[in-house]
Design a protein. Structure first.
Length: 197
């Protein structure tokens, strides 16, 4: 096995390319076989499409902060490398656990379940008996809102089963949130304990 990494780092940060264009010293070219290299892909940055005029100022600022999207070829290469790496990890897991078998592909239902579990844990579910639940009410609200955005953005593109699952999970999370916040409101209205003399 060699100690030299066999990968290349591509810097897509907008600031890096701008710094180099403003006359700051460019990095020295690496010695052959010296490990990872920084590659700035300036030709793509010049051909980035302009944002449509209908965008609000905040959307334009957000889009201006984004790096240029990868090319189709870069995306294909990256996906192929990811899948090969994931397959190697799965092979390692099966070697350690021979009865494990091939894992099913991840689908939309897994995404919805992940949001559901995150939201419930953030609201204190899964706390072991005898322990005080740890509640992240703001995190739970954000998780529920993200799931609501997912429902809005996928409307009309889901199967009936996926739509039912998504709406059921949203309903359950929102009900749990309402119960939790009503308990918080009741506790916050209680009078403070009397001061000790």
């Amino acid at each position: 096995m060699t100690d030299k990494p066999k990968f290349e780092v591509i810097d897509r940060r907008k600031m890096k390319a701008e710094e180099e264009q403003q006359g700051q010293r460019a990095p020295e070219p690496p010695e052959p076989g010296a490990g990872p290299r920084l590659v700035v892909n300036e030709s793509r940055a010049e051909t980035a499409p302009e944002p449509p005029p209908a965008q609000t100022t905040s959307e334009q600022e957000f889009e201006g902060a984004l790096p240029p999207a990868p090319t189709v070829q870069e995306s294909k290469e990256q996906k192929a490398a990811y899948e090969a790496s994931a397959e190697r990890v799965e092979d390692l897991l099966r070697a350690q656990n021979p009865g494990l078998g091939k894992q099913p592909p991840v689908g939309f239902e897994h995404l919805v379940q992940q949001f559901y579990l995150s939201g419930m844990i953030q609201m204190g579910a899964g706390t072991q008996e005898g322990q005080r639940p740890r509640v992240d009410i703001v995190g739970a609200r954000n998780t529920i809102d993200l799931l609501g955005i997912l429902a809005e953005k996928t409307r009309g593109n889901l199967t009936d089963q996926e739509e039912r699952m998504l709406q059921s999970v949203l309903f359950e999370l929102r009900m749990a949130f309402l119960e939790l916040t009503s308990m918080i409101n009741v506790q916050s209205v209680a009078p403070p304990p009397p001061a000790k003399p």
